[in-house]
Design a protein. Sequence first.
Length: 313
Amino acid sequence: METEQVKCLIIGSGPAGYTAAIYAGRANLSPVLYAGLQPGGQLTTTTDVENFPGYPAGIGGPELMEDLRKQAERFGADIRYGVATAADLSTSPYKITIDDGKIIEALAVIIATGATAKYLGLDDEKKYAGMGVSACATCDGFFYRKKVVAVVGGGDTACEEASYLSGLASKVYMIVRKPFLRASKVMQQRVFNNPKIEVLFEHNAVGLYGENGVEGVHLVKRKGEADEQRYDLPIDGFFLAIGHKPNSDIFKPWLDTDEVGYLLTEPGTPRTRVPGVFAAGDVADPHYRQAITAAASGCMAAIEAERYLLLNS
Ligand SMILES: Cc1cc2nc3c(=O)[nH]c(=O)nc-3n(C[C@H](O)[C@H](O)[C@H](O)COP(=O)(O)OP(=O)(O)OC[C@H]3O[C@@H](n4cnc5c(N)ncnc54)[C@H](O)[C@@H]3O)c2cc1C
């Protein structure tokens, strides 16, 4: 099996991975970056990014990521297509297997594999992606000022997203499968006290409709099998808030995670419990999940890697 020794391996090509590559490249670490199945990461699936500093007129997600890639390459980052399929973090150098069979032996590893939003699995979610369907209220809420939106989910995140959207939209429906909210009491109270939010308990979204974007949602209200009501609810935006899946599976035998699978790091740092292995971006961030926070933690991870390598090689 082919093996290759590298100083600094970066796994993932979202804002965290590319930013880590820019910093690691400029620090002469000759970073090798594997881009994974989604080169450029989540932002390649969106049109307008209006909250990344430095772009007063906003920028398209794919263009922003292309800029970051070019910036990383300018400083010598070796960006490759390939997916990390296994990890052995028992001893340094750490061994990462790539899907072409190659094993990369790295002195420092930066994990920037992101987290994937969960969807209901409706065909219409794909059909209306970027045209009224979103999994991030902070990212897209601004586009729904004075409009009507629905949030799917009944946990803390859904309540937070609904509360946030109520500051922008004229009306927020929460579509909740169960006859109760799973969220903490405090969050429930916040939702119930908000006159703009209406909770639709025992409801399932089964489809979306609209000519050039979402104009409404097909709903089924179910109280037991016998009592089923189908109706359409006009909305402009459909927000999923049913959780994310951090892309951390191959690292779980070696690193600590929370119950959802987010990698745990030393508070305020990207350091994992394995020296020389760092986690950056959404894979280690259940709270903010923004491009700028991912980029910032990629920067921190590269600085940490540089300091670690200085002391340990
Ligand atoms: C539709 C949409 C719109 C958004 N809009 C905004 C916005 O306007 N503003 C904002 O700040 N944020 C926005 N976000 C959130 C933002 O995209 C994320 O917070 C950010 O991309 C996280 O960056 P990341 O580098 O941690 O991971 P990601 O961008 O998720 O990238 C993860 C990378 O890891 C790679 N990868 C995963 N597993 C492996 C593996 N095993 N081997 C190799 N590579 C792997 C993937 O291919 C990918 O390149 C949006 C998200 C979505 C989905």
